[in-house]
Every structure is written in structure tokens, then in C-alpha cells.
Ligand binder design. Structure first.
Ligand code: GAL
Length: 686
């Protein structure tokens, strides 16, 4: 049976056990006496908690000395949770190796690019290539899996915690990197060619002479780009190997249970396309700041990314914050009522769970001021009351579990390898940021209620009306062919500057920019031209005048038509954006970074031209998203992210019935959403 079918079966089993969406959070009972555990379970029942993640950092307590195990407390916690009807997402504790491992095997501690050994004292202090770390991680994983397989509380597995893809520079990692390079290239000559080592006489005579890339302050000038990129790929792989090793141990003991590890959303150092394929379900930790005016937009794009990683299947929000999330600086409290709308937003965008870090606020330790479902003030607090109410809301949405979001008409390409290469040093501009480019294109769509998928550049794009490609600097031939074929076959493309520049080894494509896409876009770029800070030009697009900053490609038309034109400066009269009919599709190119209003117009112009329609019109700050129940019934989420009342007009032709959250059986055509209010309307089937 193919992998995905097995994953689907494991998830069906999880749904069966939970009987609805998952609600709960990280539960770290080892911080509390056993009496508190009983109170916890009582309170979990009150809040409707049905799933908790246990044991994430418990290695030092479960194995206090090498090979000496103490599962007593965990046995008791697991039994109490089972009795209380709360299921467990059991973690392997391998993100926090015990002090004895660091002490007896200091070689398991990672080394940074400047040669400094990371110290014991926080967490994630392990070298992912270390066979000693891997041996001990495998042993505790095996012991946990054999002990709790078949335990009535056990519902799923959580491997490690937030792998970071630490690029380790210890001797073991260097040797591992060399083996990885030898596997990848076969011969050192192939590597020399890929890395362009003829420049500055960097030619290698043997894989044994290659090191990990040194920190910039240990080099007299810029590092080799091919080496940097391969080290990023290697570091991702080294961590993924750790995950897979533990997953495989778990699978031997509990082949029917889903295995996941928690992702950090738009996190740079791991290629989550690869990770998602290795697990049964994608899960996310999201910490969008409560007071960030764009918090809900940042959350939305992370949610869309998670949904996209496994082709639109439901995913799990394993961690979020009931209140502040200690990100440094001033961590304000969440405004009253915002918790509910922010949590439901994840469900609207495909999550099968609402979960938090953590259940009960710690008294000690680094995160003692992080918010929790049970705050320091216990059940007398507003957060507790909101957490209980939210539990009831989540229970009311039980029909949605396992259901999907509708296929979207718009895809935005997302490639981690491009991210690594785009932000590497020694480029025309050091200010290009991958996620800035993504968000600049995503923002107008979010405000217009146009749903977006993210897609890998190799993915089948044929079902999308519009494909958006922000700053795809690195592109291999397969991806370039895929994008070109998409447009030739009638697709609509919006591509922005500094795309198609280098191949998969970060070598400039021959023949001038944008090497991979000159024919497709019908342009040549005479000069790549980053603008100085403060330098701005006027541009004109469809009767609107806007401002261009940051970048200004000097574009020569070679088949394309101008779409937006500069109206001042040296480039006056020259194109800022172009459009080219290619095959039966169109390729729009944006050679600058316009102000938000102009960007909004350009992106929506492309969407409209491609026949994309929004879910509906809503006042700004009110999000409208469709999600289906498992039986296919359509649901409309209307989410007011603002602290003001909002009025939303529904299309009377679309008969909605039943507000699942607020219990109204008949839905008026005009809805009043209170501050941070939310409704979930079910489509009338008959
Ligand atoms: C996550 C992590 C949790 C907790 C949380 C606090 O990144 O997985 O263990 O530290 O952040 O914000």
C-alpha cells in the first residue's frame, strides 16, 4: 500500500479516537506534584480537552542516568489521562538530551560556524550527525515505544521538537558532510564543476579536503556559494535522518498510529516539502503576536503553507499561545476575545486541531512567563474562561474533522532551496528577503479573500488559474520547464524580479538575465539594479500612479508589452512591469517593488485577468474562508479580526443555514460580527 494511504488510515484512526477536532496542548506534568495532575485532568474535562502532547523534554527525567530508566511518573500520568478520557500525543524527548550525555559525551554538543561548542543549559544541544546522540536517542525512543504501544491513552507520536536544522561544524559533521557530497557528486571533479572552484583557485583534489563553510569572520572575502548551498541541504538532511530513525522505531511498535514532528511554519532551515513527505500529518507551532497588526495575515500564510505541504490534507495546529508568547521585547497580553477568532482561523484554513503551548503555566524555568490554558492565576482568569469557551466552540465544529478546504485557483511557488540561495551573501542586493517577497504578493490576496496554495516549483500547476512566483532566483531546469509549460498551456503567471537567475548549483544561467525565463517573459534584463535606500521612482499602471523602491530592473522588451511604466528618473518611459502572451497563456513580470496600494492593484489585476474570484467581499479585517466537512458540506467562516463591530452582507442567493458556533438556525443576509467575533455557517444542502 502506498505511503499516503497508510498515513490516511492512521489519521482516520486518530479521528475515530478523538471524535472531533483535537483540543488541548503541551502538557508537562513533571513540573508538578501528583495532586496537581488530578486537578489537571478534572480541568481538562471542563475545557473539553481531548488531546495533550506529553513528554516533549522529559529525557533527563525518564533516563536519569545512562541506561537507567524511570517511567513510573509517566505511567501514572498516562493512566490518569486514559481514565479521564484524554488522549496523548506522546513525544520522544530527544530535543533535550540529558546533562549526563553532554557531560560524558561532549562530542554530542554541536559546534557553530565560528568553532564554538554549544553549551548544555537550554535545549536542542545536539549534533544531528553524532552517532552517539543517535544511539541514545534511538534507545530512549525504543523504550518509550515498546512501553506505551497499546496504552489506551496513546493516540499519536510526536518525534523530537521543532528540529532546527542546526548546521553543525564539529569533526563528525565535517566527515558526514564529505560522505554526503561524495554520494551527491560521485567524483570530486563533478563537485569542482558545480561549485565553480576554478574561480580563486579553490579546486579540490579529494573530498577529504573539503570542510563545512567557515563563518564570514574567518574568511578574508566571500564564501563559495555552491558550498554554502550544499551545506544548507546537508544540514536539512542530517536532521531529517534523525527524525526518520525515530519514526521507524516507533512504526515497528505502533504501525497504526500517526507520527509527526512540529514545524515552525515559514522557517528557513528545513525543507518542509521533504519533511512533510516523511510524516503522516503536518503539524504546526504558530506564534503570531497578538498585537501585531498583521498577525492574522502572518498566521494565514503559515496555515496555507501547512495545508499545502501534504496536498491540501488536514493538518494539526499543535502549538499556539493563549496569550503572550515571550518572543523578547515587550510581550503584551492578548486582547479579550482575540483568542477565539485566531484559533478558529486555523480550523478555517484546514487544521483539525486547536492546541497550545502549554496546558498549565510553569512556575520555574525559562518559559515561566509564557501564557498557558491554565495561567498562574488558575481558573479565576479571563484566559481560563476563554479557553473553556473555546473548547466548547471547537466541539461544535466536530463535523469538520477530516474535511478539506476547496481547491484554490491561485498557487504561489515556494522553494526552500531558493530561500537558502536568495539570502546567501554576495548578491546585487543584500536586502532581499524570501518571505518579504512572498508576503508582498500574498497580502493583496488575503485582503481580497482569495485563497492561495503554496506549491513546489516541480508541482503540477495545471489546475491553477494563476501562479505567482516571487523572486525565484534559483531554479533548476525541471522547474523552469514546468513553469514554462504551465503558461504555454494557457496558465497565467505573475513573476517578480530576480527570478530565473541561477541553476541548482547557484551558477548564473548563461545568455543574460532572466536566464531561465527570457523567452517565456519576452524580455531581456540589461541590468539588475537594486535601488539605494530612500531612492524611489514614480510608476504608472492602469490610470494609477505609484512608487517603486528597492529594485529597478533595466528591462528590454523582446516580445512583451509594457504593463506599468516609470514616469520619472533615468528609466522614465521604460517598463516597470510587462506582460507577454506565450503559448495560450500570459506571463506578467514585475521588475520592481511597488508600494502596497500599487502591488494590490497589480496582483488583483492578474487575478481578475486569470478569472479568479474572491470568496466574497468583506470589510477590511474580516476574513472569509470556506472549509468543508468530512461529508463534503460547505462551511463559511467569517472571522472578524478587528476590535470593532463589523457588518457583513451575505449573498442571498447562497442559502446558508445554521451558525454552528452561535447556534442560530436561520441566518440573516446581513450579519453583525461583534469585535473579534466569528461565525461558521453551514451550507443548506436541501
Ligand atoms: C515552541 C516550543 C515549545 C515552547 C514554545 C513557547 O517553539 O516547541 O516547547 O518553547 O515554543 O513559545
Amino acid at each position: 500500500m502506498p505511503h499516503t494511504d497508510l498515513a490516511d488510515e492512521r489519521l482516520a484512526g486518530l479521528r475515530q479516537r478523538l471524535q472531533g477536532l483535537a483540543y488541548g496542548g503541551d502538557y508537562n506534568p513533571e513540573q508538578w506534584p501528583a495532586d496537581t495532575w488530578r486537578e489537571d485532568i478534572h480541568l481538562m474535562r471542563e475545557a473539553g480537552v481531548n488531546l495533550v502532547t506529553v513528554g516533549v523534554f522529559s529525557w533527563g527525567l525518564l533516563e536519569p542516568r545512562p541506561g537507567v530508566f524511570d517511567f513510573g511518573w509517566l505511567d501514572e500520568v498516562m493512566d490518569l489521562l486514559a481514565e479521564g478520557g484524554v488522549r496523548v500525543d506522546l513525544a520522544t524527548p530527544t530535543a533535550a538530551p540529558p546533562s549526563w550525555l553532554a557531560h560524558e559525551h561532549p562530542e554530542t554538543l554541536p559546534v557553530d560556524a565560528e568553532g564554538r561548542k554549544i553549551a548544555f543549559g537550554a535545549r536542542v544541544h545536539f549534533c544531528p550527525s553524532s552517532p552517539v546522540y543517535r544511539y541514545h536517542a534511538a534507545r530512549i525512543t525504543e523504550r518509550l515505544a515498546e512501553r506505551y504501544a497499546g496504552h489506551p491513552a496513546l493516540a499519536m507520536w510526536h518525534v523530537g521538537n521543532e528540529y532546527v536544522g542546526f548546521g553543525c561544524h564539529c569533526p563528525v559533521s565535517v566527515a558526514h558532510f564529505r560522505r554526503w557530497l561524495a554520494d551527491r557528486y560521485g567524483t570530486v571533479d563533478a563537485l569542482n564543476d558545480a561549485w565553480g572552484t576554478a574561480f580563486w583557485g579553490q579546486r579540490y583534489d579529494s573530498f577529504d579536503h573539503i570542510g563545512t563553510p567557515a563563518a564570514r569572520n574567518r574568511l578574508v572575502s566571500g564564501p563559495n556559494p555552491g558550498q554554502l548551498l550544499d551545506f544548507a541541504r546537508f544540514s536539512d538532511t542530517a536532521s531529517l535522518e534523525c527524525f526518520i530513525a525515530e519514526r521507524d522505531i516507533i512504526r515497528r511498535h505502533t504501525p497504526d498510529l500517526p507520527v509527526t514532528t512540529n514545524f515552525m511554519g515559514s522557517f528557513k532551515h528545513l525543507d518542509y516539502w521533504r519533511w512533510a513527505a516523511a510524516e503522516d500529518v503536518v503539524s504546526l507551532d504558530i506564534y503570531a503576536k497578538p498585537y501585531d497588526p498583521e498577525g492574522q495575515l502572518l498566521a494565514a500564510y503559515n496555515f496555507d503553507l501547512m495545508r499545502s505541504l501534504r496536498g491540501g490534507k488536514p493538518w494539526l495546529m499543535l502549538e499556539s499561545a493563549t496569550g503572550n508568547n515571550l518572543t523578547g521585547g515587550r510581550n503584551s497580553a492578548r486582547p479579550a476575545g482575540q483568542l477565539r477568532v485566531r484559533s478558529l482561523q486555523a480550523v478555517a484554513r484546514g487544521a483539525d486541531s486547536v492546541m497550545f503551548f502549554q496546558w498549565r503555566a510553569s512556575r520555574a524555568g525559562a518559559e515561566r512567563f509564557h501564557s498557558a490554558m491554565v495561567p498562574h492565576g488558575g481558573t479565576r482568569t479571563r484566559t481560563w474562561r476563554e479557553a473553556v469557551a473555546l473548547g466548547h466552540d471547537v466541539a461544535r465544529l466536530a463535523d469538520l474533522v477530516g474535511g478539506s478546504c476547496d481547491p484554490t485557483d491561485v498557487a504561489m511557488l515556494w522553494d526552500w532551496e531558493n530561500w537558502w540561495a536568495l539570502e546567501a551573501p554576495d548578491h546585487p542586493s543584500s536586502d532581499l528577503k524570501f518571505t518579504t517577497g512572498i508576503l508582498d504578493h500574498y497580502r493583496p490576496l488575503w485582503h481580497a479573500n482569495i485563497p492561495v496554495d503554496f506549491a513546489h516549483p516541480h508541482a503540477d500547476l495545471s489546475r491553477y488559474r494563476l501562479v505567482i512566483v516571487p523572486n525565484l532566483y534559483l531554479v533548476d531546469d525541471a522547474a523552469a520547464d514546468n513553469i514554462t509549460a504551465y503558461v504555454r498551456g494557457g496558465g497565467h503567471l505573475l513573476m517578480s524580479y530576480f527570478s530565473g537567475i541561477v541553476d541548482q548549483h547557484d551558477r548564473v544561467r548563461p545568455g543574460g538575465h532572466p536566464g531561465a525565463f527570457r523567452d517565456l517573459l519576452g524580455i531581456d534584463i540589461d541590468e539588475l539594479n537594486p535601488l539605494q535606500i530612500g531612492e524611489a521612482y514614480e510608476l504608472h499602471h492602469a490610470g494609477h500612479t505609484g512608487t517603486a523602491t528597492d529594485w529597478q530592473d533595466i528591462i528590454l522588451l523582446n516580445g512583451a508589452e509594457p504593463l506599468a511604466t516609470y514616469t520619472d528618473g533615468e528609466q522614465k518611459g521604460q517598463p516597470a512591469a510587462t506582460r507577454h502572451r506565450f503559448g495560450t497563456g500570459t506571463a506578467t513580470y514585475l521588475g520592481t517593488s511597488p508600494d502596497p496600494e500599487t502591488m494590490h492593484r497589480l496582483v488583483l489585476d492578474c487575478a481578475t485577468g486569470a478569472g479568479v474570484t474572491p470568496v466574497m467581499d468583506t470589510p477590511d479585517g474580516v476574513e472569509a474562508v470556506h472549509r468543508r466537512a468530512a461529508d463534503g458540506t460547505d462551511h463559511l467562516f467569517l472571522l472578524n479580526h478587528t476590535p470593532e463591530e463589523a457588518i457583513v452582507d451575505l449573498d442571498p442567493a447562497l442559502s446558508w443555514s445554521v451558525d454552528l458556533l452561535n447556534g442560530h438556525a436561520a441566518v440573516a443576509d446581513r450579519l453583525r460580527l461583534p469585535p473579534f467575533g466569528a461565525v461558521v455557517l453551514r451550507h443548506k444542502t436541501h
